[in-house]
Design a protein around this ligand. Structure first.
Ligand code: FES
Length: 315
């Protein structure tokens, strides 16, 4: 089954300063594969780059995908190209939705912490929780109100006190994450997507919460890729390749002409997850949970390496 879908940009609309919404519809008509809140798609862009964007909305098959894209000042070509070049009618290839940030729809409280464009998956979750009648609250922090996406749809929840907004340029205090976690009812699940500093603070605030109730998604990586200096053996072809220092497994596979899926190349999207049959990975990604890391059944080949001299991969 081809994991890539051909879509056409159907509409581009401004959501906030520097943020545009792109509506994508299947080129062939019909419906696109369904997804749940928290899912993202990878978009293939010119120059062989691939970027991940969270999907708005969620649940059930759909005739379009909607993403909100912030034009990053230090864009590596992804967001700038979409903002400058993608127009209604532009054809794109996107991967089937994947979800490493799934919503637990159980009957418990939910606290959603959003920073900047990280609000995209959390707003999809909030809408779903609201639909289910679950107890939820959201704290949405952005640099400025004019640059905060999706405010319009949130108005009634802000009024009802379910969403607390705060903006740096209005000097409103940051959400007190420790106090929020402390005062949550027993069994509450906590979700966070935002810049690195916010995620780090969130992890500290949730230090005493069981891992299965703490959910986060980063949109930029600040971890060091694993050093090279080990070998990978490919179980299906029997080939053996050396990963030298300064290279990733993904680099080496590509140089050897082996086509493997990848998108962010920073260990945050999960596109390059590869099954490990033997050997101990040196995990450097931000996708796998602590339990998944400890199981050593797979690794992200764009950034992770080996803690053993060789890895046997299911490739
Ligand atoms: Fe995104 Fe490896 S390509 S985690």
């Amino acid at each position: 089954m081809d994991d890539w879908l051909s879509v056409r940009v159907d509409a581009v609309s401004p959501l906030a300063q520097g943020i545009a919404q792109f509506d994508l519809r299947p080129v062939q008509g019909g419906e696109l594969p369904s997804y749940a809140p928290g899912a993202h798609i990878d978009i293939e862009l010119p120059g062989k780059i691939c970027r991940s964007y969270s999907l708005l909305g969620g649940r059930g098959a759909t005739e379009r995908y909607q993403i909100a894209v912030l034009r990053e000042p230090a864009s590596r070509g992804g967001s700038a190209w979409l903002h400058d070049e993608a127009r209604p009618g532009t054809l794109l290839r996107v991967a089937r939705p994947r979800n490493h940030f799934a919503l637990d729809e159980g009957e418990h409280g939910n606290v959603l912490i959003a920073g900047g464009i990280g609000v995209t998956p959390l707003w999809a979750m909030a809408q779903r929780l609201d639909e289910l009648g679950r107890d939820w609250q959201m704290h949405y922090r952005a640099r400025r109100r004019s640059g905060a996406a999706l405010l319009q749809g949130m108005a009634r929840h802000v009024e009802a006190g379910r969403i607390a907004l705060s903006f740096a340029d209005e000097d409103s205090p940051r959400p007190d994450l420790h106090a929020i976690v402390r005062s949550a009812s027993p069994g509450t699940h906590f979700y966070c997507c935002g810049p690195t500093a916010m995620i780090d603070a969130f992890q500290q605030a949730c230090a005493g919460v069981p891992a299965q109730r703490v959910h986060l998604e980063r949109f930029s990586a600040d971890t060091e890729p694993a050093p090279g200096g080990f070998a990978v053996r490919l179980a299906r072809s029997g080939r053996s390749l050396v990963v030298p220092p300064g290279s990733s497994i993904l680099d080496v596979l590509r140089q050897a002409g082996i086509d493997v899926p990848a998108a962010c190349e920073q260990g945050i999207c999960g596109a390059c997850e590869t099954t490990v049959l033997q050997g101990i990975p040196d995990h450097r990604d931000l996708v796998l949970s602590p339990a998944e890391r400890a199981a050593n059944r797979s690794l992200m080949i764009c950034c992770s390496g080996a803690a053993s001299p060789e890895l046997l991969l299911d490739l």
